[in-house]
Design a protein around this ligand. Structure first.
Ligand SMILES: [Zn+2]
Ligand SMILES: [Zn+2]
Length: 263
């Protein structure tokens, strides 16, 4: 009986060992045939590196490390430098959105990932989405949100690109009750914002560019706009103005990155 048990135990150990060797072999072959690469710089990475190489992760961490930023413009700030809840740059400025949350600053790997995301690499939504989702979960306004509203593209631009990157990002956000609404639309094709330098020119470029669809449900609601990049905030401001004119109670903003950290 003892001998039988010993033999049975040995067979069990052998089977487990065989399975481990087989798994190791398959994983090795898989890595050889389809080596994992960094989604940003395409360097070879280990299976445990989670899509980015250590260098790109370090860059992402550097872009997202600030523990405090101005809740109106989203730029790096210090708690002690705030006056009435806003940074010195925001003093006296008018904002139509009530508060902003951001994943990080528009720099290094975060910048290249966002640019690639806009140029067809929609698979980057998981990285940008999880970064945005983690700041959203910690935002003061998280539980107030009733609708996520992606900043809309003009239909002709969406037709060329094939998707609205803000909508793809919004789909990655987790919330127990808030829904995505596409009832904010861009009714006028605007020139590409980065070609214009001054905040006044940017504001003029987007003035009157948005409208809400008939039958919208924005009246009395608390809305979170979703966008990839905030530069001067002109686009978010114009979207928030349109939503508030439609009766929205509060408008927040969530962006992947805030550009223009230096004045
Ligand atoms: Zn990399
Ligand atoms: Zn500010």
């Amino acid at each position: 009986m003892y001998i039988f048990r010993q033999a049975s135990y040995n067979t069990c150990v052998d089977t487990t060992r065989l399975r481990e060797v087989f798994t190791f072999f398959v994983q090795g072959l898989n890595h050889l045939l389809w080596p994992a690469v960094c989604i940003n710089c395409r360097q070879s990475i280990c299976e445990t590196d989670k899509d980015l190489c250590p260098k790109c992760w370090a860059e992402i961490q550097s872009c997202t490390k600030a523990d405090y930023y101005c809740p109106r413009c989203g730029k790096d700030a210090t708690r002690y430098g705030m006056v009435e809840g806003v940074c010195p740059d925001c003093q006296g400025r008018e904002f139509n959105f009530d508060q902003i949350a951001r994943s990080g600053v528009y720099d290094q790997a975060l910048r290249t990932i966002i640019l690639s995301f806009k140029k067809g690499r929609t698979e980057l939504d998981s990285t940008l989405g999880s970064l945005a989702d983690s700041v959203l979960q910690g935002a003061d306004f998280y539980s107030d949100i009733e609708f996520f509203v992606p900043v809309p593209l003009h239909w002709s631009r969406r037709l060329v690109r094939g998707y609205n990157q803000s909508w793809v990002l919004a789909k990655r956000l987790k919330h127990p009750t808030a829904k995505i609404s596409t009832d904010l639309v861009r009714i006028r094709r605007t020139r590409s914002q980065p070609t214009m330098a001054s905040p006044a020119a940017r504001a003029k470029n987007v003035a009157g560019a948005f409208a809400v669809r008939r039958g919208h449900d924005f009246a009395g609601r608390q809305i979170c706009l979703v966008d990839d990049i905030k530069t001067t905030g002109a686009t978010l401001n114009e979207c928030a103005k349109t939503l508030k004119e439609a009766g929205a109670l509060k408008v927040f903003a969530l962006v992947s990155a805030v550009a223009g950290q230096k004045p």
